[in-house]
Design a protein around this ligand. Structure first.
Ligand code: NOJ
Ligand code: NOJ
Length: 448
């Protein structure tokens, strides 16, 4: 069964390669841009983690979604964005083995974040599912689409990965992290079946693929952590819940449509008839790839991602250009993608949706990681996937400001940055794609 499945998967990817010819050459020009952008992204992420010279009230470890305080006001700390950004710092920490200074600095930032998270968890009415908080660590009192139950799950996942890193490297005790994870997961276990939660785009209520996937991954991570701690009973409990969640995820595969849908029991009505949404691709990226429900290597995910690309390809004016110049060289360029076809959010208000930087970086990451899945069994296919990933990287390079400034969105007609400036998540998404690319390159060309 597994073998047949993989043959089908290969066939789908190969079919693609027939009408998009293999192009060799652009690697070096793009390499330079990526290296520069990595530096900038690192620096910008750290700039968005308090303490800040310009705002003494911001509490250490609080991460702003963006420093922009008006049009749009993103100067809050979102549980989701923060956990995803810190997850990227943890990945960065894990690979900085021979850079002690950097490792110390990163660990200090991550510890601040953990302290800040514990502070939020101690709030009197335990507002764990709240989407966002003030930068001084107090409650946001306006109205908002709440609860967003992916947040505590993402935080537990990140904290779990960090705890395992500390244990593996005999760095220090993990007791505080473990109790933090327990609080988040206790909440997730009682909240995950509710259908009145908001999706990651903070718009639709229902049961959301991304949210349940994030919750499932948190459970699996906790199960791994408890096994590592020698507590196999607790590990088994989390493992069992994770399997239950995987069963729930299966229901999102829509055979008639041929893709994984974003939301079940949705209240979106006519607002989102396609139910096709790039949050489904993000769900695959925000986990590891080993035998997960609809992971990176699954046919269902591949079909979904292809549908997303096809839908957006012809929607945005900027996608008419299929090549760009980087470092004086002409390189092929893939489509920029947005959140979902019916999107109206333009970065400050409601008009029409635009392509997003973090999602287009995500598309590059997806192809690199799919390449990694095949690196051992089919080198040619993996090389092809590296090229495809690079087309999306080139797209991000094209619309990133010359000085490396990233935004939330790109104007669909002009290609200029739009919406929240210095969106922390956009930088983290670039780094994740760049890391996946390096991994793929070193597995394909060990002497590179
Ligand atoms: C509406 C957007 O669609 C949503 O994603 C965003 O979080 C809020 N506005 C706040 O900016
Ligand atoms: C709007 C996005 O839709 C949401 O996912 C994100 O958490 C906030 N902006 C903050 O970046």
């Amino acid at each position: 069964m597994f073998v047949i499945y993989n043959i089908i998967l290969l066939a789908v990817v190969w079919a693609e390669s027939l009408y998009q010819p293999y192009v060799v050459g652009p690697l070096d020009a793009l390499d330079t841009w990526i290296q520069q952008q990595d530096q900038i992204a690192h620096a910008r992420i750290l700039d968005n983690i308090a303490p800040f010279p310009f705002d003494p009230s911001a509490r250490a470890g609080a991460i702003c979604a963006s420093p922009s305080r008006a049009w749009p006001d993103y100067y809050y700390t979102w549980t989701r964005d923060s956990a995803l950004v810190i997850n990227e710092l943890v990945s960065w920490l894990i690979i900085s083995t021979d850079n002690v200074t950097q490792a110390h600095m990163l660990a200090a930032r991550i510890n601040h974040y953990a302290d800040f998270s514990r502070h939020l968890q101690k709030m009197p009415d335990r507002l764990l599912g709240e989407a966002k908080f003030m930068m001084d660590g107090t409650r946001f009192v306006g109205s908002w689409c709440n609860p967003q139950t992916d947040g505590p799950a993402l935080r537990a996942y990140t904290a779990g990965r960090y705890a395992i890193y500390l244990l593996d490297n005999l760095k220090r005790g993990v007791g505080e992290l473990v109790s933090m994870i327990e609080l988040d997961l206790e909440y997730v276990m009682e909240a995950w079946r509710r259908s009145d939660g908001c999706d990651i785009w903070e718009e639709v209520k229902g049961v959301h693929y991304y949210t349940v996937a994030a919750q499932q991954r948190a459970m699996r991570m906790a199960s791994r952590l408890y096994r590592r701690l020698g507590n196999s009973d607790t590990a088994r409990i989390y493992g069992r819940v994770s399997e239950e969640m995987a069963g729930e995820l299966r229901k999102f595969w829509n055979k008639e449509q041929g893709y994984i849908v974003a939301t079940l029991d949705s209240n979106a009505g006519d607002r989102k008839p396609s139910n096709l949404d790039a949050q489904v691709m993000l769900a695959a990226l925000h986990g590891s790839d080993d035998d997960e429900m609809f992971g990176i290597g699954s046919l269902e995910m591949l079909k979904t991602v292809k549908r997303i690309i096809r839908r957006f390809e012809h929607m945005y004016e900027i996608n008419r250009a299929t090549s760009t110049t980087i470092g004086g060289r002409q390189v092929p360029m893939g489509a920029a993608i947005g959140r979902y076809p019916e999107d109206l959010y333009d970065g400050t208000g409601v008009s029409r949706g635009n392509p997003w930087s973090l999602l287009t970086s995500g598309l590059a990451e997806y192809h690199y990681r799919l390449g990694l899945v095949y690196a051992n069994s089919s080198g040619n296919l993996s090389r092809y996937l590296l090229e495809v990933g690079d087309r999306y990287m080139a797209r991000v390079a094209r619309h990133t400001d010359r000085d490396g400034t990233m935004y939330e969105q790109w104007n669909s007609n002009t290609g200029f940055g739009q919406g929240a400036i210095h969106l922390t998540w956009s930088y983290a998404a670039h780094l994740a794609a760049s890391r996946a690319r390096s991994q793929l390159i070193s597995s394909l060309f060990p002497n590179y």
